[in-house]
Design a binder for this molecule. Structure first.
Ligand SMILES: Cc1cc2nc3c(=O)[nH]c(=O)nc-3n(C[C@H](O)[C@H](O)[C@H](O)COP(=O)(O)OP(=O)(O)OC[C@H]3O[C@@H](n4cnc5c(N)ncnc54)[C@H](O)[C@@H]3O)c2cc1C
Length: 238
């Protein structure tokens, strides 16, 4: 019996693939992860274009593997911050905020930070939505809605609270989700409270300092680490 005629991969949309990252970003270090979706481009072309657009060295870029050119492929790329550029600044630079005929606001632009119960996104969504509306109104009035004409949107976000807060708070998820903040510090507080309110007659109650030392040992907390986390928390949430 003759085989029925078939056509495969006629258009890039016929093959949609999403790479699942092997691990999450740690929140520190010199590299910034960029999640991108490419259509009808080789992985190498896309990596080089993104690295160059962000003034990074394409040779220092890391990615998991090649995806088909004729496809819509979502991948993750790690870029090394160029000398003299803080990774936080590179991360903000990498946020895609305007393209020809479109501005991107709120969660869609990556303006959201999530750490369990602690979520920050509504303020960013409202702030960026307002700025996006202003930029679009200006562009439409001028009869030019190109990415260049819409660039005032990014400037607006840079001069307001949105990008400043996003940059400052980006370390928060790592701190808030750490084993110390989730388990050890609450354990320390509970242990101390239990020690304070437990009647230990006829033994005298241990003093607060002794209780704190004992609880810190039990929960694997060192003074240096506690001070470092306190300082990091003060910097992030100041
Ligand atoms: C469980 C949870 C708790 C949160 N708690 C907090 C908090 O306490 N504080 C805080 O600041 N932030 C919090 N956030 C984050 C906050 O909700 C988001 O950052 C914020 O809502 C983003 O607003 P947005 O307008 O960018 O996107 P969204 O609120 O997601 O709005 C996007 C809208 O577009 C619609 N849409 C999608 N696709 C299409 C389409 N193709 N056509 C038409 N419409 C479409 C969606 O239905 C949706 O209504 C929380 C988020 C979650 C999920």
């Amino acid at each position: 019996m003759p085989l029925p005629p078939a056509r495969i991969k006629e258009s890039p949309e016929d093959f949609v693939v999403e790479e699942i990252p092997a691990y999450s970003p740690s929140g520190s270090g010199e590299h910034v992860f960029v999640r991108f979706t490419k259509r009808d481009h080789t992985t190498l072309d896309a990596v080089r274009a993104i690295a160059r657009a962000l003034a990074c060295d394409p040779r220092a870029a890391g990615f998991a593997g090649m995806k088909d050119k004729r496809a819509v492929a979502t991948q993750t790329l790690s870029l090394q911050a160029p000398r003299g550029t803080a990774p936080a600044d590179l991360a903000v630079r990498a946020l895609r905020l305007a393209i020809d005929g479109m501005v991107i606001a709120g969660d869609a632009a990556g303006l959201c930070l999530a750490a369990g119960l602690w979520l920050e996104g509504v303020n960013f969504a409202i702030g960026s939505g307002l700025a996006a509306g202003r930029a679009v109104a200006r562009a439409v009035a001028a009869g030019d809605t190109s990415a260049r004409a819409l660039a005032s949107y990014r400037r607006d976000l840079e001069s307001g609270f949105v990008l400043a807060d996003h940059k400052r708070l980006r370390r928060a998820p790592r701190l808030v989700l750490s084993d110390r903040v989730q388990q050890r510090y609450p354990g320390l507080i509970c242990d101390i409270a239990e020690g304070l309110f437990t009647v230990s007659n006829p033994e005298p109650k241990p003093g607060l300092l002794r209780l704190a030392r004992r609880s810190a040992r039990r929960n694997g907390i060192r003074l240096g680490g506690l001070l470092r986390d306190g300082l990091a928390g003060a910097r992030v949430f100041r």
